[in-house]
Design a protein around this ligand. Structure first.
Ligand code: NAP
Ligand code: ZN
Ligand code: ZN
Length: 351
């Protein structure tokens, strides 16, 4: 199926219209008309070749929501017309320990999990993501969306920003009685604040943007800290059970390690193109503090997060854009000038 898309041809080429081929649905496949797709900072890292291994043409987009157009004969979970989502993965080995536990993102199979874009699938050496009009995905990697259709553009970012913060919040047991910090209030971070608050944790937001201060409280933060202000930082020393760090550039981690209490953990989800300065050892050793990492989330926990959000009326705060405005969106994202996620209206691909 010839499908309209937007692609970039090299790290320095501007995005432009491109036609890709989508497979007709096989027995287990769901063919989806893409209605909206969120713009993740990982799209930018990949499109601009900031991480190793980008394959061109590159069609990013892994915060996909849309409507089922057709299903294969063996598809039991979905039917035509249903609202569905696709996140960061479209395949994995299904048999390794991680896959069996529903943690497909950590697949130990020969090629690991297959990214929705920039991955290899079947006979194709590149996968194309959600900056496109349609996608065909195995039912195992399709999520059911139970939000109202009118909220769909704002549901899209849950498929990456939502699950990437939900997964560590759940794994490290954010909830009543816990104090949780979220560093960097962009796409991931604003979802981290909303989800941590909804899970009942005392939630503190760390931002470098004074212009976001008033709104961050509205997102559900109990307190907020301008992270460049050492006095404000010091007021929270030794107090956090968990800090989720979403920042996309290298920075001094020690400033946050000092805010963890004994046995506290800072989870890095931000994935800068070059490493953070190495953290100091003694602040970790003396209080048995940990620095960990976490990648997106498995399919069962993604569905759990979507259902939780539907029940609690949680969506992302978005700015709706046309596909043609993607370069401007990237430029603004780099300046932390988005509240808090761009969502692309795929109807614009037809114009
Ligand atoms: P984003 O919307 O650009 O948000 C990043 C935020 O970091 C900014 O809004 C800003 O928040 C803060 N920030 C920016 N520059 C900073 C600086 N120089 N110093 C300190 N803070 C700064 O990006 P995103 O889409 O949330 O993604 C964040 C990172 O997570 C990216 O590296 C992305 O690739 C990665 N990611 C990882 C996973 C995973 O599975 N681990 C999944 C998705 C994305 P303030 O204005 O509040 O300071
Ligand atoms: Zn993402
Ligand atoms: Zn596997």
């Amino acid at each position: 199926m010839q499908t309209r898309a937007f692609a970039t041809q090299s790290p320095t080429t501007k995005f432009g219209p491109h036609v890709i081929d989508r497979r007709a649905p096989g027995l287990q496949d769901v063919a989806i008309e893409i209605l909206f797709c969120g713009v993740c900072h990982s799209d930018l890292h990949t499109a601009r070749g900031e991480w190793p291994g980008t394959k061109y043409p590159c069609v990013p987009g892994h915060e996909i929501v849309g409507k089922v157009m057709a299903v294969g004969a063996k598809v039991t979970k979905f039917k035509s017309g249903q609202l569905v989502g696709v996140g960061c993965m479209v395949d994995s080995c299904r048999v390794c320990d991680s896959c069996q536990e529903g943690l497909e993102q950590y697949c130990n199979g020969p090629i690991g999990c297959t990214g929705t874009y920039n991955g290899a699938f079947g006979s194709s050496d590149n996968t194309y993501g959600g900056y496109s009009a349609a996608i065909t995905v195995d039912q195992h990697f399709v999520l059911a969306i139970n939000h109202a259709e009118k909220n769909l553009a704002a549901v899209a970012p849950l498929l990456c920003a939502g699950i990437t913060t939900w997964s560590p919040l759940r794994h490290w047991k954010a909830g009543p009685g816990k104090k949780v910090g979220v560093v960097g209030i962009g796409g991931l971070g604003h979802m981290g604040v909303k989800l941590s608050h909804a899970l009942g944790a005392r939630t503190v937001a760390f931002t470098t943007s004074p212009g976001k201060v008033d709104e961050i409280k509205r997102l559900g933060a109990d307190d907020m800290v301008i992270s460049k202000d050492e006095k404000q930082m010091a007021a929270h020393a030794n107090s956090f059970d968990l800090i989720v760090n979403t920042v996309a550039v290298p920075h001094n981690l020690d400033a946050y390690v000092a805010l963890l209490k004994r046995d506290g953990t800072m989870v890095l989800v931000g994935a800068p193109a070059s490493p953070h300065p190495s953290p100091a050892v003694f602040p970790l050793v003396f209080k048995r503090r940990a620095i960990a990492g976490s990648m997106i989330g498995g399919i069962p926990e993604t569905q759990e997060m979507l259902d939780f959000c539907a029940k609690h009326n949680i969506v992302s705060d978005i700015e709706l854009i046309r596909m043609q405005d993607i370069e401007t969106a990237y430029a603004r994202m780099l300046k932390s000038d988005v509240k808090y996620r761009f969502s692309i209206d795929m109807a614009s691909l037809k114009t």
